[in-house]
Structures are given as structure tokens and as C-alpha cells.
Design a protein around this ligand. Structure first.
Ligand code: PMT
Length: 218
């Protein structure tokens, strides 16, 4: 029987990639499938929470019972998340938000010119999670860290600088971890310095373990 230990909580989950448009037919993005975030949203509904899922473009069907908000770019995701953050008692940011976007979006398809090289100028996107950290209040705030080196050190920096309660660190170079696979290998890093290391497990099981921690600390 699924424990109903999240009744009374409103869990805002973000999932999937963002797309940053270059022109009407091209964009910059990443390999996030949305599986990790959707698994968390589904598990939170099953445990009795009210769930708001803000998702970038994915091939997945939103779980039954969630309030679903689609977003394409980081700017749109930011608007949706900040618009709903006031309702949330728990926020889990599994989305892979683009750190940069093209400085300009061409109105017409960019033409191949004679030159052998072309330069893209990118500008920084706002960090949605850092903004949430600034207005944290009593909310339980969870980030993810997708790293390719120095997992614990880099994730620990994000935990502190973004004022989080917990960061879920995944080394996305490990087999069976990270982007676009059905399993993940994660470590939970808490604000008090504790680290909990989990073996490879399905993203559903990772979601369950994460919600166990959240339910125990609320
Ligand atoms: O979607 P899947 O295919 O299932 O893959 C899962 C996953 C690998 C995407 C997921 O496990 C994961 O690691 N998600 C976070 C990816 C990421 O963008 O990590 P980051 O280390 O770059 O960002 C750190 C945190 O800040 C994240 O919670 C991110 O949502 C947030 N962020 C980052 C940049 C930005 N501009 N705004 C943000 O809010």
C-alpha cells in the first residue's frame, strides 16, 4: 500500500529540457527526456500531494491528477515556476534548464553564407532555482545537479549558493545514470553536510526514496 504521507503538501516539480530558439526552425537544447521529473510527479500524486508539473518539451504523457504547465524556453519555465511557487510547500527542480540562450532569435531561417565558420553569441539565462532560493521561506527546496566531474564538490557548491535543503547529484557520465535512461545513480546531499549514496535503481525508485526523505523532513 502506498503511504499517504504527502497529504496537505503542494509539490511543484519541474522536468525535461528547455529549448532556446535560434530561428524559426532551430534551437539549442539538451538530452533530458523528462523521465526523472515525471516519475517524481507521479509518485507524489500517489502519496496524496497536490502536484504541479512544469515541463519542457518531452515525449511523455503527464501523469493523471497533476496540474500541468508546459514551457518551451527557460524564460517560459521561469514564468510558470515563479507564478506557482507561492502555492508550493515543496519544490523539486529536475528540469535541465539551458544556462544560455542565443542573444538574438532570427526572424527568418538563418542562411548558409559563404564563410566556413559562424559564431553564435549566447547570453545567460536567469537561474530559476537560485531565484527560488532567495524567496525560500518555509518551503522544502530540492535541486538536481547533473555533473560530469567532481560530483560532490560541484553539487555541494550548488546546494549552498542556491540555498537548498537538498540536492540530488547525478554523475551523468556513469552507465545507467542521468539523461534519457530509465535508471539513475544518485547521491542526496543535505544542507547539514550529510550525504546519502544510493545504488543504481529505476527512476521510479529514486523518486520514491526522494519523497521518503521529503515526507520525513516536512
Ligand atoms: O530528464 P531525464 O532524461 O530523466 O534526465 C534526468 C536529469 C539528468 C535531467 C536529472 O536527473 C537532472 O540531473 N536534472 C538537473 C539537470 C541540470 O540542469 O542540472 P544543473 O546542474 O545544470 O542545474 C542545477 C539545478 O539548477 C537544477 O535543479 C536545475 O533545474 C536548476 N537550474 C539550472 C539552470 C537555470 N538557469 N535554472 C535552474 O533552475
Amino acid at each position: 500500500l502506498t503511504p499517504q504521507d504527502l497529504i496537505g503538501e503542494t509539490v511543484l516539480v519541474t522536468a525535461g529540457p528547455t529549448r532556446e530558439e535560434l530561428d524559426p526552425v532551430r534551437y539549442l537544447s539538451n538530452r533530458s527526456s523528462g523521465k526523472m521529473g515525471y516519475a517524481i510527479a507521479r509518485a507524489a500524486v500517489n502519496r496524496g500531494a497536490k502536484v504541479i508539473l512544469v515541463s519542457g518539451p518531452t515525449a511523455l504523457t503527464p501523469p493523471c491528477g497533476v496540474e500541468f504547465l508546459g514551457a518551451t524556453s527557460a524564460a517560459q519555465m521561469r514564468e510558470a515556476v515563479l507564478g506557482k511557487a507561492g502555492e508550493a510547500t515543496v519544490i523539486v527542480k529536475a528540469a535541465a534548464v539551458a544556462d544560455y540562450r542565443p542573444a538574438t532569435r532570427a526572424a527568418q531561417k538563418i542562411k548558409k553564407e559563404g564563410s566556413r565558420e559562424m559564431t553564435l553569441v549566447l547570453e545567460k539565462n536567469p537561474d530559476i532555482l537560485a531565484e527560488l532560493g532567495e524567496i525560500k521561506g518555509a518551503r522544502y527546496l530540492v535541486g538536481f545537479a547533473a555533473e560530469t566531474a567532481d560530483l560532490l564538490a560541484n553539487a555541494g557548491k550548488k546546494l549552498k549558493s542556491k540555498n537548498l535543503d537538498l540536492i540530488v547529484a547525478n554523475d551523468v557520465t556513469e552507465e545507467g545514470a542521468g539523461f534519457d535512461v530509465d535508471t539513475n545513480i544518485v547521491r542526496f546531499l543535505f544542507a547539514d553536510g550529510t550525504v546519502q549514496e544510493l545504488p543504481r535503481m529505476s527512476k521510479e525508485e529514486v523518486a520514491g526514496r526522494l519523497l521518503d526523505v521529503i515526507a520525513a523532513r516536512r
